[in-house]
Design a protein around this ligand. Structure first.
Ligand code: ADP
Length: 475
């Protein structure tokens, strides 16, 4: 069994999680500990005990450890990518790309540890100076989803540690392997006992235990339902909270778009990584004049996508990550047809030589904005095309959603691009690019019900992982 890491010690638990390969259900990736509430309490207590010393380490000490971890992740990207592809199901190149990003994130925050700056100002009172400085928040709980098994743990853990916090990570049940590998790397990179703790297991069991054990801050990425209930629980306990809860991201295709480029953006944004990205383009809003050519070409390109085993070189789309997610996708496909949308291509469960959760990417046309297909986050390879009468109509449709994570536009017009950048109600805007696929050194996050709290990643990550102190210094 792969153990939990609590207070610098690898500890088995009474029960285990079996980590299955969604490309091949006969391949078991491994057995992983499934922690108890007591394990979680001990992990939070260990992080609490380790905090005073860790928060007083020099930036150089923290930077060196993060840099070492980043170097190992990058050096082992092939092996870690293979593990990730086996447990989550994204294709090997996508998985290696994700691991590379995790390594780069550790390198980036190794630098940021050295840039934890403050401000010095003269007071409005004579003979007084004001010093504004940042301090770590304390013990930070991290709860992460299954779709980015190493990148999301990395982009929460690296800034938490860089700025002097101690950490308890609870990864998603489906993908404990990459989180375990990250814990192993951090442990060997020289972190003192208790600074980083890993407790794998059920969210329903460990989430409440984590909050009750007395963490100072919680960073969560996952479903809206879980995020909103955690936000309430954090509010009554006074826990600082940051939530990322998905999207229903529009890609607008203006009449003047380059057709091939727009189709490429849609194909990538809607279906790559099996559509399991919170920034996926699940609503394709296409202006009237280009609409029919776009749907025809996108259907051809979608039909040509090769769905297969995540580790097979010819695969472009891996399996869906789990049985429950596949069932959810198929029910949305059936629901879309019942609602009157036209299924242009795909949507069915596919058989391959290995038993797995394979699904043909589903492309719907003739959708209307009130359909569930256009309102609910599906989190799978299912895309809905909406026809727009004009750019203004397309923009209104794009903003007609409770979500606000990413929004894309394909156009050749600078004026439209500028207008869209200013008026899209989203945290991230992409022009002539897929809505999914973001950089690691700039802020990530959304508006409306997609996100809550400060942004993640880049220099902006410091807002969540530190608290500001204002000191008045008299003479
Ligand atoms: P998804 O549908 O993407 O799996 P979830 O919100 O269910 O999204 O899961 C995201 C993360 O939240 C996982 O690590 C999961 O274990 C955890 N989780 C699920 N339920 C709870 C809960 N009640 N409290 C805390 N964490 C939870």
């Amino acid at each position: 069994m792969h153990s939990n890491l609590i207070d610098g010690i690898w500890r088995n638990s009474q029960t285990a999680l079996r980590n299955d390969n969604p490309s091949d259900l006969d391949d078991v990736v491994g057995e992983y500990a499934s922690g108890s509430p007591d394990d979680m309490r001990e992990a939070v207590a260990a992080a609490r005990a380790a905090f005073p010393a860790w928060s007083r380490t020099t930036p150089q000490q923290r930077s060196d450890i993060l840099d070492t971890a980043g170097s190992e992740i990058l050096a082992r990207r092939q092996v870690l990518g293979t593990l990730l592809a086996r447990e989550e199901g994204k294709t090997l190149p996508e998985a290696i790309g994700e691991v590379t990003r995790a390594g780069q994130i550790f390198k980036f925050f190794a630098g940021e540890a050295l840039r934890m700056q403050g401000e010095l100002m003269d007071s409005v009172r004579p003979g007084v100076e004001v010093l504004v400085s940042r301090e770590p928040v304390g013990v930070v709980g991290l709860i992460t989803p299954w779709n980015f098994p190493i990148a999301i743990p990395a982009w929460k853990t690296a800034p938490a540690l860089a700025f002097g916090n101690t950490v308890v990570l609870k990864p998603a049940e489906l993908v404990p392997g990459s989180a375990w590998a990250l814990a192993d790397i951090l442990q060997r990179a020289g972190l003192p006992a208790g600074v980083f703790n890993l407790v794998m297991g059920s969210g329903h069991v460990l989430g409440p235990a984590m909050l009750d054990a007395g963490i100072d801050a919680l960073s969560f990425t996952g479903s809206q339902r879980t995020g909103q209930s955690l936000a309430k629980a954090c509010a009554v306990r006074g826990i600082k909270v940051q939530l990322e809860m998905g999207g229903k991201n529009p890609l607008v295709v203006a009449d003047d778009a380059d057709l091939e480029q727009a189709v490429e953006c849609a194909l990538n944004g809607a279906f790559y990584a099996t559509g399991q990205r919170c920034t996926a383009s699940s609503r394709l809003i296409v202006c009237n004049r280009i609409h029919d050519a776009f749907v025809t070409r996108l259907a051809e390109r979608t039909a040509a996508l090769r769905v297969g085993h995540a580790l097979a070189v010819e695969s472009q789309i891996g399996p869906v990550a789990s049985e429950a997610q596949l069932a959810n996708n198929l029910s949305h496909v059936a629901g879309g047809q019942a609602e009157g949308a036209r299924l242009v291509y795909g949507g069915e469960h596919l058989k391959r030589t290995t038993r797995g959760y394979y699904q043909a990417p589903a492309l719907f046309a003739d959708c209307t904005p009130d359909m569930r297909l256009c309102r609910e986050e599906i989190f799978g390879p299912v895309a809905a095309v909406l026809r727009a009468e004009s750019y203004e109509h397309a923009l209104a449709l794009a903003n007609d959603t409770p979500y606000g994570l990413a929004a894309g536009l394909c156009t050749r017009s600078l004026a439209l691009a500028t207008h869209f950048r200013r008026h899209a109600e989203a945290g991230m805007v992409m022009v002539n690019l897929p809505t999914a696929g973001v950089d690691y050194h700039v802020p990530f996050g959304g508006r409306k019900t997609s996100s809550h709290g400060p942004r993640e990643q880049g220099r902006y990550a410091i807002e969540f992982y530190t608290t500001v102190k204002t000191a008045y210094l008299g003479s």
